[in-house]
Design a protein around this ligand. Structure first.
Ligand code: ARG
Length: 607
């Protein structure tokens, strides 16, 4: 559906043209002075120089035309009584100095527009990204290491971006890109060998089949890695052993490869559990290991075509550019000992994706401390012609999750907090709050609702911030039911659902209810806000940030609650007026629920 701004713009552009000016001057925006008008056009100012006239003169001429001639073109709406009436677009058109056009819409026009919105499955949102293929690289967990708060942001922001871009029409492939290769794997294998030298994985003469059931648990793996990492820092021989184990895994030693597969299987099953709980899902569970085999060919090609050259024994691609304000070091492809690095696997992954998926763009979500890595990788990928000139490569670097003291969030004993424990902590708090409120819920229901509300709290707190900003992990603030929080949105949704339920129980039909022209300022404000859903989502898609969508949903909730507090809805005596309110509520609900779905969470029936 065409946005309301575009519809208004068509009218204003026509008026400019009829008055003898360029139609392109008729650009309309939402008013930045809502106390004066609803929309504004600053085109007279832009045109003053070209036409050699004072802007106010142009504005007045255009205003005069708008006042006399323009009527609504509600042709979009189908068969709806309110929508069919050929109502005037503007209730008020004012030219004010130095040359603004201040515009206020009629109640009828706004009602006709949102009546059409109410019939649209997508609440008026267009699909500008149709035909675009995007790979979204998010999550990025490391095998055998627990997920921590840093991985939380990648998962939460990535999942929401995936949903938003899909809603905008793009074909998105979400790839988890696991850290499943390299020294950490060798460290874990080495520590396991020290602890269990009798395991068949370490017996070179073993010819039987390796155990079907895992010999270790995730909890054990998570304890093994930090222990091994600490030892390797103090003990040279241990480190050498771990490097040898890494080589064995990578070169396909039978026992070590089997152990690695077992580590992968155990770790992935656990990761999946946590991501399921977060309502985060991936189309591809690929990782660094998947491109291991294509690295030698890629490196050969880079050497042969002289994209890469030797420097101090290492193989590098120079990526510095003349316009750089700070130094961008060369991208290292192979270390002097011939080992591939993080950048090497990322470049090979790009090659692989171009070959197998052929995306128009790739978007990566990691901590912003990896910014330099991605600058180097993207430049190297272009230089080595791994992508097409028009392939878009973007890195979204997000800030650190901090505690209330402004320092990276830590557990009480100073360790890295496990993501699962954080979820548990929030859910426990939430459960208490909900039990205080709704007395009718059973214990099991309370636990379910608490989990849903916790997820909303956690995700909204993250998404409503600009990704690049650090954010403070404050369970107390997250779980508040007021203010700019996830639970507040859910609370608003639950409130609307309850009113609609009661209306139905009283014999009313929500489906048959029709939107009516606003009867109060609060109702008109709510109606006007409802017109902006599609634009809010598309802005978020363009900016690759859910921030704008969050702000829209918060504003919508506020406008709804203001309307709710000053309007008697179910006790309204005029049935047609009451039905109008109900239709408005149903549309508000649809936008809020679609919106939070794009953020990656859902609302309960009660809370
Ligand atoms: N595993 C990495 C980490 O924990 C993140 C991977 C991000 N994706 C990528 N293609 N480099 O830091």
């Amino acid at each position: 559906m065409e946005t309301i701004i575009k519809q208004i713009e068509a009218n204003v552009a026509k008026a400019f043209e009829e008055a003898g000016y360029d139609a392109a001057l008729g650009t309309v925006t939402v008013s930045n002075r809502p106390d004066l008008c609803e929309f504004q056009c600053n085109g007279a100012m832009a045109g003053a120089k070209k036409y050699g006239k004072a802007p106010i003169v142009i504005a007045e001429e255009v205003a005069a035309r708008l006042k006399e001639s323009v009527t609504a073109d509600a042709a979009q709406a189908d068969g709806d009584a309110a929508a069919k009436t050929d109502s005037a677009v503007f209730a008020k058109v004012e030219a004010v100095k130095p040359g603004f056009l201040n515009l206020t819409l009629t109640e009828d026009y706004v009602a006709a527009y949102i009546a059409a919105l109410a019939k649209d499955k997508r609440c008026g949102a267009e699909e500008p990204y149709q035909g675009k293929k995007i790979v979204l690289d998010y999550g990025g967990p490391n095998i055998a290491k627990p997920l921590h708060v840093g991985h939380l942001r990648s998962a939460v922001i990535g999942e929401s971006l995936k949903r938003i871009l899909r809603f905008a029409g793009a074909e998105v492939t979400g790839d988890i890109h696991m850290g499943d290769w390299g020294l950490p794997m060798g460290l874990v294998a080495t520590e396991l060998r020290h602890r269990h030298p009798d395991w068949p994985y370490f017996d070179e003469s073993f010819t039987g089949s390796y155990p079907k059931e895992s010999l270790f648990t995730v909890a054990e793996l998570e304890e093994v890695y930090p222990a091994a990492s600490a030892k390797s820092k103090e003990d040279e021989a241990y480190k050498a052993e771990a490097m040898e184990a890494t080589r064995k895994i990578q070169d396909g030693d039978k026992g070590y490869r089997a152990l690695w597969r077992e580590i992968m299987r155990t770790s992935k099953a656990d990761l999946k559990k946590v991501y399921d709980r977060l309502h985060v899902s991936f189309d591809l569970w690929k990782g660094e290991a998947d491109v291991h085999e294509i690295i030698p060919g890629m490196v050969e090609e880079m050497k042969r075509r002289e994209y890469a050259h030797e420097s101090d024994g290492a193989l590098v691609i120079d990526v510095a550019e003349e316009t750089d304000k700070k130094e961008i070091p060369p991208c290292i492809i192979l270390k002097s000992d011939g080992a591939a690095l993080y950048a090497t696997t990322d470049l090979a992954t790009i090659e692989d994706r171009m070959k197998n998926i052929r995306p128009d763009g790739m978007i990566y979500l990691t901590d912003k401390r990896q910014e330099m890595h991605f600058v180097q990788v993207f430049r190297a990928a272009r230089k080595a012609r791994l992508v097409l000139p028009e392939t878009e490569l973007a890195h979204i670097g997000f800030g650190t999750v901090n505690g209330k003291d402004g320092k990276p969030y830590k557990t009480r004993d100073g360790g890295v907090p496990r993501l699962e424990n954080l979820l548990d902590e929030i859910a426990a708090r939430m459960q208490e709050r909900i039990a205080e409120g709704d007395r009718d819920l059973s214990e099991a229901e309370t636990a379910n609702v608490a989990e849903q509300v916790s997820l909303a709290a956690l995700k909204y707190a993250d998404l409503s911030n600009q990704p690049a900003k650090d954010y403070v992990f404050d369970p107390e603030k997250f779980t508040a039911f007021e203010g700019d929080t996830g639970p507040y949105l859910l609370y608003t949704i639950v409130r609307i659902k309850s009113i609609l339920r009661k209306y139905g129980e009283g014999g009313g039909s929500v489906k048959e209810a029709r939107i009516r022209p606003a009867g109060s300022a609060a109702e008109k404000t709510l109606q006007l806000t409802l017109t902006g859903f599609g634009e809010a989502v598309m802005r978020s898609a363009k900016e690759l940030s859910a921030h704008g969508l969050c702000a829209f949903l918060y504003a919508l909730s506020n406008d709804f609650n203001s309307f709710y507090h000053e309007t008697k809805i179910l006790t309204e005596e005029d049935e047609a007026v009451k039905a109008g309110y109900i239709a408005l509520l149903a549309l508000t609900l649809k936008e809020l629920e679609t919106g939070i779905g794009l953020l990656g969470f859902e609302a309960p029936e009660r809370m």
